[in-house]
Design a protein around this ligand. Structure first.
Ligand code: KG4
Ligand code: ZN
Length: 331
């Protein structure tokens, strides 16, 4: 099936044309980051208005780059949630318009499901596999038995990993989005310089907690103000190391407990170079088949929405025009 997919759950307006849920013919992402950076984070009202301005532009661009006309598109997949209600509604309304106007089927897709399955745009992964979804809103470990068959093994009990990166970055005076800024500074810092806590590491669950780590960073910079100046690279590297260490060790424990030796790491935080390194080290040692998509497929994009979208539409699973945004939608 030739699918047009849309994503507008947060601060990226994206459209893609994907064939059979596997081949990306085009993937256009219009980022609003520079607009929100001024406010130190995403402003929902501004996000909705920016989506409205960008949505038809990215759709036209996606069709042009794919070299296909709207008449050739056979189905529309759109992020239905989780995310910002007003932002989601822009993509959903555009998708409904396309579906109605062309008389082609429509399906609403869970954003996290898109992240988990984005890897199929690069290579097939055999089911079952374990998946760590780490983004601005999620730090979840899943067992994936098939498309639409997800079992939550663990999740954050407070902040998501990306949220921790963004909050800590703000705390030490770095621009939004913080994850990228910390990653960059950490590259030349000493990860052993400051021993930050590893929350819940030995609690016997697959849950995560990152808010205590954020407090530990705050306490450290209050006691050592120089850490925000000359010591900022070491601070960034030590914080990043603590997050990556917990994410990797908890994932390793899930691999050991389930005996499943296939692992996918997905979501915006999967762009982090420290996490990619520590997961690769673990996978190599434990004989785990590790798949982490290229950064452009880990960050928010519409192509990933077409993977489950194609599966559902091909199996006759569609949404009606009463499709509504689901700001909170556990997988
Ligand atoms: O998946 P995503 O693009 O959007 C959501 O679904 O939330 O993830 C965004 C999150 C942000 O918190 C951002 O700071 C983080 O991913 N992020 C990173 C990196 N690139 C993006 N975190 C750490 N290191 C990075 N290189
Ligand atoms: Zn995302």
């Amino acid at each position: 099936m030739l699918i047009l997919s849309l994503e507008s759950s947060c601060d990226e307006t994206a459209a893609a044309v994907v064939k059979d849920g596997r081949t990306v013919l085009s993937s256009i992402v219009a980022s609003q980051i520079s607009v929100h950076a001024e406010y130190g984070g995403v402003v929902p009202e501004i996000a909705s208005r920016q989506h409205l301005e960008a949505v038809s532009v990215v759709i036209e661009e996606a069709l042009r780059e794919a070299g296909v006309g709207l008449a050739e598109i056979e189905g529309v997949a759109v992020t239905q949630g989780p995310g910002l209600a007003g932002a989601l509604l822009v993509g959903i309304s555009a998708a409904k318009g396309l579906s109605f106007g062309r008389g082609i089927p429509l399906v609403g897709v869970n954003h996290i499901e898109g992240h988990l399955l984005a890897v199929f745009l690069e290579q097939p992964v055999e089911f079952p596999f374990l998946a760590l979804a780490v983004s601005g809103g999620h730090s979840h470990l899943y067992r994936v038995d098939g498309v639409g068959r997800y079992k939550t093994l663990g999740q954050t009990v407070d902040d998501a990993a990306g949220e921790a990166f963004d909050k800590v970055a703000k705390l030490i005076g770095l621009p939004y989005p913080g994850g990228v800024a910390i990653d960059r500074l950490a590259a030349t810092g000493n990860p052993e310089a400051i021993k930050f806590p590893r929350p819940l590491l030995h609690d016997g669950t697959f849950n995560f907690s990152f808010s205590g780590l954020k407090t530990a960073v705050l306490t450290h910079v209050n006691r050592h103000p120089e850490a925000k100046e000359a010591g900022i690279n070491d601070l960034a590297a030590s914080f990043q190391e603590a997050v990556c260490d917990v994410l990797t060790k908890k994932t390793a424990a899930a691999v050991a407990a389930t005996g499943i030796k296939r692992l996918v790491v997905a979501g915006g935080v999967a762009c982090n170079s420290g996490l990619r390194r520590s997961m690769a080290r673990f996978a190599e040692k434990a004989g785990v088949e590790l798949s982490i998509p290229a950064p452009k497929l880990c960050a928010d994009n519409a192509a990933m929405i077409a993977v489950p979208g194609d599966y559902y539409l091909s199996n006759g699973i569609t949404s009606g025009f009463d499709l509504d945004a689901l700001p909170v939608w556990p997988l």
